[in-house]
Write a protein that binds this ligand. Sequence first.
Ligand code: AMP
Ligand code: MG
Length: 464
Amino acid sequence: MPLAFDNAFARLGEGFFTRVTPTPLLNPSLGLKSPDAAALIGLDLQHPDTLALMGGQVMPVGSDPLAQVYAGHQFGGFSPRLGDGRGLLIGEVAGWDLHLKGAGKTPYSRFGDGRAVVRSTVREFIASEYLAAVGVPTTRAAVMAVSDTPVQRERVEKGASLLRLARTHLRFGHFEYFKTQGKTAELAALVDHALARFDLAPGDSPALALFRHALHSNAALVAQWQGLGFCHGVMNTDNTSIVGDTIDFGPFGFMDAHDAEHVCNHSDHQGRYRFENQPGVMKWNLACLAEALVPLAGIEPLRMALDEFDEAFRTAYRDVLHRRLGPVSDGLMLGWLALLETGADHTLAYRYQAEYRGRKDGHYERLVSLFDTKHREGLDRWLARLADEVPDFDARASALVATNPRRVPRNWICQRIIDWAEAGDWASAQAACDALFAPFDKADPQWDQPPPESLRHLAVSCSS
Ligand code: AMP
Ligand code: MG
């Protein structure tokens, strides 16, 4: 069935984008696929039209490919004009933006080649579909393709493309762009467009309504990241979604050993986007968004709304911890966070405490093995207090194994999948992805592990 396009963003008019057609890839073929994401828009992954779309050869009937213009604060500094440098909004289907990443140069490519390579595309595919699987708001990845187009990075790599689906591609940077251009009418049109798309009541001040939605959804999002040990890596305002979805996966990382100071992006020399900074950075980004909306909503209402962030984050993080630990007291919750800070494996520590049923069946030994012996006493004290609060460990465990994943896309796992993808072994790559995307199901000794020593310090840096 053909895709039913309704391109509301394109109807905003020329000032918001430049129409661009993709530059075709040579000899494309499909790689990783997500039938769940494809189903959201009724995309037939087997149909030849899907391959033609992924290769940038033939755009679907009803699409209207364009590159959006936006600005953004990158590592704290303002870039007045960024935009889609290597991806195109193809159109909107069933409330989803279709975005073809790696589609060639656009007027916003600056010094870039407009391309994406296999490793970055595979990483985005994995992270987006994994986050969706564990219930964290995110853009989706329906399918990726690989080609014979040579792309120069440190070495020559194969050009790849990804079909990203998003509830919207509007970033904080869109609003910053029109504010700094002094284009208040366009700014207001963008606010109205976003509110209509999300069926949000405009109230007395549409810009304030949108801001508060962005604030609360992004506070909840970053709380989920903290619970999962997810580091975004490049939390620039052009990579921050107006509706609180995780967007733009580059050098992201799921932590192995818990480390509040973990920096997943090797290009982030100051550690601006280190794990513990993510909530504060989100608030900083929201302050940028507030500033962009001042011409529409006035300073004071936005300042008051921004003050809601700390409480919104705290409440959301508490909710996340209650889902991971059960309805424990604040004392136990804080005690758990202190235990994690000792450097236990983030994912396994959560999972093993969820499975813990007292000192039988090896549960205690497995949990205790994650902690250095000098923290064993602390863990024992915590478990004793937990036993005081929990009437029935079996009931607790059966609830909590559904909220504490066995595995996350650790860098070493992503790298294995990339190696298979680059070698053209899509069956192995897809099987590993499928195991990752069912992280609550049966144990899988191959993937439910911390990194092997040799893969402990894989380096990942900015856009590729
Ligand atoms: P990022 O922080 O990776 O989301 O990218 C920041 C900006 O650089 C965006 O405007 C991207 O479109 C652009 N960009 C990243 N990689 C490329 C590339 N290979 N070619 C053109 N533009 C790019
Ligand atoms: Mg970006």
